[in-house]
Design a protein around this ligand. Structure first.
Ligand code: NAD
Length: 395
C-alpha cells in the first residue's frame, strides 16, 4: 500500500482523488485540507457513504471512500513521497509554507496547474527552510474540465485533455517524473525543458483575462435577468476577441524568440500559439478548426461554462472578482510582463489587458509602462524575487 497526498478540496481535487484511486488499487490518499470547515465537511461526507464516485461521459466509476483520509496536519501530509496540489495559485504559497518544514529530500510536490512563476516562489519558500532537495513538478494545465457533483462524494469530468505539459525543478528530474505522472494520471505528460517554458506556456493567462477584457469589458453594467440569460464564457469569443487573444499569444512567442536568440542552446518548444495549443490539448473535441474563433465556439469541452456572475437585486451582473482575473493576472500575465521586461521585449496588448482589468479588481501593477505599481509584491513577477537577468530566470 502507498500513500499519496492531495492538497485541496475543490473541483480539481475531487477529480484527481477519484482518478488516482481508480488507476491503482494499492494507493490511498491523504487529503490535506488546512481550512477547518472544509476539512470537517469532507470527513463527514466520506464517513456517511462507503463509496467515492467519478462520472465520466455518462459512466459512473466508484472506489471505497475509506481509501481517503482527511487531515489538517501538515506533518502528516508531508509524509507521502508524492504530494499533489490542486488549488488556485494564490493558495500555493500558503500550502507550500505549511508543508515545507516537514518535507524530506526525496519529496515530490506536483502542482496542477502551476500557472506562472511557481519556480520563483517555490525556490524562495523551500530555500528558506533548507528544503532544496525536493523536486517540484509544475503542470501547464489541469488535465480535466471538472466540477464537484456532490461535495466529498462525487466528481464529474466534462472533458479530459489529450496531453498535458509539465516542467520540473530541478530540470534533470523531468524525464523520470513524466513517467511517474503519466502512469498516475493515465495521460501523456509531455516534458518541458524548463520552468520558464512552463510559465510562458500558461494559456489560461491569455484566455481568461483576454476574454474578460474583450468580450465582457463593455458588459460590466449589464443585467442578466435570469440565470438562463447569463452568457457563455468561452463560446462568446468573436472575431474582435480572437484578434486580442492572438496578439497576446504572438507577444509571448516574441519573448520566446528573443530569449532563444540570446541563449542559443536554450529552447522552449512547449510555447506555441494559442491556436496550436487548443488543437493539441482538445483534439477531436473541437469540431471546426478553420479559425481561432471556431476553435473556441465549437470546442465541446467549452460548451457549458458561463461568465462568472454575482447576484444583484434585478438579476445577475458580471463578477470581476473572479479567478479569471484574481489568479490569471498576478500569477499569469504579470509574470509574463515581468519576464518580457527582463528580456527587453515590448508587450503592448498584454499591458493593455493588465492595465484595464487591474483597475476592475482594485489593483495597481503597471505605472508608466513599468512594473512598479503598489501591488507588484503580491504577484509572482520575477521582479518580486529580485530576478533581473535571463540567466536568473532560467536558473
Ligand atoms: P475550487 O475553487 O473548486 O477549489 C479550491 C480549493 O482550494 C478549495 O476547495 C480549498 O481546498 C483550496 N484553497 C483555496 N484557498 C485556500 C487557502 N487559502 N488555503 C488552503 N486551501 C485553499 O478550484 P478548482 O476548480 O479545483 O481549481 C483548482 C485550480 O485548477 C485553479 O487554479 C483553477 O483555475 C484550475 N482549473 C480548474 C479547472 C476546472 O475545471 N475545475 C479547469 C482548468 C483549470
Amino acid at each position: 500500500m502507498r500513500w499519496i497526498t492531495v492538497c485541496g478540496g475543490g473541483n480539481g481535487a475531487h477529480a484527481l482523488v477519484g482518478t488516482v484511486l481508480l488507476r491503482d488499487q494499492t494507493t490511498h490518499i491523504r487529503l490535506y485540507l488546512p481550512l477547518e470547515d472544509e476539512q470537517r465537511r469532507f470527513a463527514n461526507a466520506l464517513s456517511s457513504d462507503s463509496s467515492f464516485e467519478v462520472r465520466v461521459a455518462g459512466e459512473v466509476y466508484s472506489v471505497a471512500s475509506d481509501r481517503i483520509r482527511v487531515t489538517g496536519d501538515p506533518e502528516e501530509a508531508a509524509r507521502s513521497s508524492i504530494i499533489m496540489m490542486v488549488v488556485p495559485a494564490f493558495a500555493h504559497g500558503t500550502i507550500l509554507s505549511q508543508l515545507a518544514p516537514y518535507l524530506s529530500k526525496g519529496s515530490t510536490i506536483a502542482v496542477l496547474p502551476a500557472r506562472s512563476g511557481l519556480e520563483y516562489q517555490a525556490q524562495d519558500i523551500l530555500g528558506r527552510v533548507g528544503q532544496d532537495g525536493c523536486v517540484v513538478v509544475g503542470f501547464q494545465t489541469l488535465p480535466w474540465a471538472c466540477r464537484i457533483e456532490q461535495f466529498g462524494h462525487s466528481a464529474i469530468i466534462h472533458g479530459t485533455k489529450k496531453k498535458v505539459g509539465a516542467a520540473c525543478l530541478p530540470a534533470k528530474e523531468m524525464g523520470e517524473k513524466a513517467g511517474v505522472f503519466s502512469t498516475l494520471l493515465d495521460m501523456d505528460v509531455i516534458p518541458y525543458q524548463s520552468m520558464l517554458e512552463l510559465s510562458l506556456a500558461n494559456t489560461g493567462q491569455l484566455i481568461h483575462p483576454g476574454i474578460m477584457y474583450s468580450v465582457f469589458g463593455e458588459r460590466l453594467g449589464e443585467v442578466f435577468p435570469s440565470e438562463n440569460e447569463v452568457p457563455l464564457f468561452y463560446t462568446s469569443v468573436d472575431e474582435v476577441t480572437v484578434n486580442v487573444l492572438s496578439r497576446m499569444s504572438d507577444e509571448i512567442l516574441n519573448i520566446k524568440k528573443v530569449a532563444q536568440e540570446r541563449l542559443s542552446s536554450f529552447k522552449m518548444p512547449g510555447v506555441v500559439h494559442l491556436s496550436q495549443w487548443l488543437d493539441g490539448a482538445y483534439g477531436e473535441e473541437i469540431l471546426d478548426t478553420s479559425s481561432l474563433a471556431k476553435q473556441f465556439q465549437t470546442n465541446q469541452g467549452y460548451q457549458t461554462f458561463k461568465v462568472p456572475v454575482k447576484k444583484a437585486s434585478d438579476g445577475y451582473r458580471v463578477d470581476v472578482n473572479t479567478r479569471y482575473l484574481t489568479e490569471d493576472i498576478p500569477f499569469g500575465l504579470l509574470v509574463t510582463k515581468g519576464i518580457a521586461s527582463v528580456v527587453g521585449v515590448e508587450t503592448p496588448t498584454i499591458d493593455n489587458v493588465i492595465i484595464n482589468t487591474s483597475v476592475w479588481i482594485g489593483k495597481e501593477y503597471i505605472v508608466d509602462g513599468k512594473l512598479i505599481g503598489r501591488d507588484v509584491m503580491t504577484t509572482r513577477a520575477p521582479q518580486r524575487y529580485k530576478i533581473d537577468s535571463l540567466e536568473g530566470l532560467i536558473e
